[in-house]
Ligand binder design. Sequence first.
Ligand code: GAF
Length: 387
Amino acid sequence: MSEAVAQTVASRFSELYGAEPHGVWAAPGRVNLIGEHTDYNDGFVMPFALPHTAVAAVARRDDGILRLHSADVESGVTELRLDALSPESDKTWTAYPAGVVWALREAGHAITGADIHLSSTVPSGAGLSSSAALEVVVALALNDLFSLGLRGWQLARLCQRAENVYVGAPVGIMDQTASACCETGHALFLDTRDLSQKQIPFDLAAEGMRLLVVDTQVKHSHSEGEYGKRRAGCEKGAALLGVDALRDIPYADLDAALARLGDEEEVRRLVRHIVTENARVERVVSLLESGETRAIGPVLIEGHASLRDDFRISCPELDLVVDTALASGALGARMTGGGFGGSAIVLAEEQDVDAITKTVTEAFASAGFTTPRVFEAVPSPGARRLH
Ligand code: GAF
């Protein structure tokens, strides 16, 4: 993230609002290595931050007005009154930043207004947390400008509340925490029950490997129902099993738990995914900590099969990435993020990257799918002030 980007966003702010911003902040998108749909089951996840960020130039106001502008949306400045912000009133992009302001105020923080200009390089609808990046960058800027003294995980909780209540998307806490708390060169092992965290060194280049993100260009949307249905199914499973959350079913008790679910076939599949996925996160952590990085490949492959067959949130494009990458020598591959489109990740030896990229791209062309976007993901810094 260069000084030049901060300058460009600050200059645009000045053109729009006729004054210098009080600061410029950045918050990244994320890719999740393992631990999918476990976050709203109080389970484990393991994301890392992408180099792609949402950047915000912000100035504080004291007159109860919020003005919002985005370089990525064709519309002018939106002006809102803070005392008129209300959940689910706004179905456009402004619900994300406005929702954060609403959540901060609802939590008792004295936000008195702001001018905000945003610009993001996080691909939207690609399962790479473009929404969380927008939320977190606004939260961090306001935290600084209004001296709120909130920690990264506290900002993440407020951003999740903004998305759940103001935007109306029933997401978990992973993406906001990843954007707020990830560190360069590390994956974040996060316990979503209490938000305890461990930074796990994750430097694939040093070991001659790469992690590719393949954006299938199939757009997904969390508010469109399927995500909510999975979440409701998991909650039903927890209720039937008499636990607070599926996190409370130990892997060793999985068979007994499945037997107790009787003929609830759909719930059984959801429960099986969550319980095995939590175990996979713990396996990946332990393999990385013992230096057996290549051995995480098969765990990623199992994770994909579980999301495809048990959780049923993959799609032909994601399956094609995984199957083609594995057939051309990848160490592991799986869909990442919410599913129903978005991106897959591919773990590969450095020397195989070009061949895998070519084969996947050709397979998409043969299948008549839109050309995927492939890039290397390197664990990058979490949210921070640039200026
Ligand atoms: C989306 C959600 F926003 C996250 O909370 C998480 O549930 C993820 O899908 C699936 O792991 O990114």
